[in-house]
Design a protein around this ligand. Structure first.
Ligand code: BES
Ligand code: ZN
Length: 459
């Protein structure tokens, strides 16, 4: 193990340069103009995996390609443990560009931060695992297990191709556990094992009014305004106590156990710092729950985008022809996206006035995820976190979604260990995303320890 640790230390500067190379690809999965960049980024990853001693290939899909890489086969009389490491090379759109201090795909290092879109979500995190395995292979240190890396290009758009890929490769991907570093930790002094993620259900609603934008002086007052109708409809979806006002929505929500509330209480949190960090005077959330609970263990309905009419400079006196909103709901165990989608549709149809025509498009959905935080594998992961970060790890739930983790369970029969390396101020999905270079190096160390710890336990 010492040889592995020394190798990681000696090669730190080169690893950072390689992370810079990785984040230079504008691999924005949501935008068709970046299709070639997606392919180039995946190609770079395959070459990188081969360079560090893995066997690797690019697997085409109906969408963006998947990178599949494996440690070289080891002859063994006994069955070796097999773990799968999942990550994604696609990134969120960088817009709005004007809020970036330096361009999103030109990496900039300041102190211990590396700024670029995708630095922490998720390129820096999956590269940390690749660097750990590089250290084993290049120092000829025997790995106690076989490893397979699956790094996809569609996580940020709902992982549409991955489930069929898992089914097609079920036999070779069967494993003892999946390891994912695509979540966060409260601070470098609080390395974390995340044992639950929220699910998601996405919608787009368009209210159609007059067949074209109309002069608001000539026609306004005699015809409904779709923007006003949409505002009124949306206002009815949340009550004054911060609860989602959709009949049946909370029916399947599991209560937090006393054990869980105890874990929440261990997390660092100061309301004034949190308010300052978010830039708000006052917080808002569902009554009866703490902000940490509200943002990870309670379901929500959020407007992600809202538009209608004229948004350019100056004024334009019209009754707009349409209004459009993008909504996502975050779901918690045991809510089901299919059931929630049905409930939302029913309520929208009930609320929509006859003076506009409503079009509803439902988008991606993912189930919430929860796994035992006390399993032997979870304990092994906690030991690896502690060894790398030098602090007692925390257990937490997180509010984000990683749609594929439920499929790992359903298709491969494996639990996922979520060992996130992102910090709360990493600006994931925001301008000026960064990755902390200490998290990068400690993440590599954590990964190196993890394979020892995990291989020693019998699930
Ligand atoms: N890395 C995030 C998920 C995440 C972030 C989980 C922080 C827990 C804490 C991932 O890349 C992501 O953004 N997922 C999307 C999924 C969606 C597009 C289906 C999300 O949560 O919005
Ligand atoms: Zn993301």
């Amino acid at each position: 193990m010492q040889a592995v640790i020394d190798y990681l230390k000696q090669n730190e500067a080169r690893f950072i340069q390689e992370l810079c190379d990785y984040v230079r690809f504008p691999s924005v999965s949501a935008q068709p103009q970046h299709t070639a960049d997606m392919k180039a980024c995946a190609g770079w990853l395959v070459e990188h995996c081969k360079r560090i001693g893995l066997t690797a290939k690019l697997c085409p899909t109906a969408g963006h390609p998947i990178v599949l890489a494996k440690t070289p086969p080891v002859k063994s009389k006994t069955r070796r443990p097999h773990f799968l490491v999942y990550g994604h090379y696609d990134v969120q759109p960088p817009e709005p560009f004007n809020l970036w201090k330096t361009p999103p795909f030109e990496p900039r290092i300041a102190g211990r931060s590396l700024f670029a879109r995708g630095a922490s979500d998720n390129k820096g995190q999956n590269l940390a695992h690749l660097k750990a395995v590089e250290a084993y292979l290049k120092t000829s240190t025997e790995l106690p297990c076989d490893l397979t890396f699956v790094i996809e290009g569609e996580e940020e758009v709902g992982s549409k191709s991955l489930a069929s890929f898992l089914k097609a490769h079920r036999a070779e991907l069967r494993c003892d556990a999946v390891v994912v570093s695509d979540t966060g930790m409260p601070s470098k002094k609080h390395p974390a094992l995340t044992y639950a993620l929220r699910g998601i259900a996405a919608f787009e609603i368009i209210l159609h009014g007059p067949s074209r934008d109309l002069h608001s002086g000539i026609f306004g007052g005699s015809v409904d305004n779709p923007a006003m109708a949409l505002a009124q409809l949306l206002a009815k979806l949340r009550d004054k106590n911060g609860r989602v006002a959709i009949p049946g929505f909370y029916d399947d929500v599991e209560k937090l156990s006393a054990y869980e509330r105890k874990q929440f209480a261990r997390l660092p949190y100061k309301e004034s710092d949190y308010r300052k960090f978010l830039g708000v005077e006052k917080l808002f959330g569902e009554q009866g729950f703490t902000p940490l609970e509200q943002r990870s263990a309670r379901p929500t309905l959020e407007i992600n985008g809202l538009t209608s009419g004229y948004q350019g400079e100056g004024s334009k006196t019209i009754v707009p022809s349409w209004a459009r909103v993008k909504i996502t709901l975050r779901l918690v165990p045991d809510q089901s996206p299919a059931k929630v989608i049905k409930q939302v549709r029913q309520q929208l149809e009930k609320l929509c006035p006859p003076t506009v025509r409503m079009e509803i498009k439902s988008g991606h959905g993912a189930e919430p995820y929860i796994v035992s935080p006390t399993s032997v594998q979870a304990q092994a992961a906690l030991r690896a976190l502690k060894a790398a970060f030098g602090h007692e790890p925390v257990l937490m739930r997180e509010g984000g979604s990683i749609p594929i983790v439920n499929d790992f369970k359903k298709i491969l029969g494996a639990d996922t260990l979520l060992l996130g390396l992102a910090l709360p101020d990493d600006n994931a999905h925001s301008p000026n995303e960064k990755f902390d270079l200490d998290c990068f190096t400690k993440g590599q160390l954590m990964s190196a320890h993890l394979w020892q710890e995990l291989s020693e336990v019998k699930p």
